[in-house]
Design a protein. Structure first.
Length: 56
C-alpha cells in the first residue's frame, strides 16, 4: 500500500522500454540474468513530500 500522498506503479520489462534497458544494465553489472529480477515499482512524490520510513 502506498502512502496517502504517494502515487506508484509497478512496471515490467515487457511493458516499458526504459525499464527493460535499466534491468539489462543491472543484469550486466551483477552477472545475473534479467529473469531473476522482479518488476520495478516507480513512486512519485509531489514537492515537499518524502518517503515514510515506517513502510520500509
Amino acid at each position: 500500500m502506498w502512502g496517502a500522498d504517494t502515487y506508484g506503479r509497478k512496471v515490467t520489462r515487457r511493458t516499458d522500454e526504459i525499464v527493460s534497458g535499466i534491468e539489462a544494465k543491472i543484469a550486466a553489472m551483477t552477472f545475473l540474468p534479467q529473469e531473476n529480477g522482479e518488476g520495478m515499482q516507480i513512486l512519485h512524490y509531489d514537492l515537499g513530500q518524502k518517503p515514510s520510513m515506517s513502510l520500509i
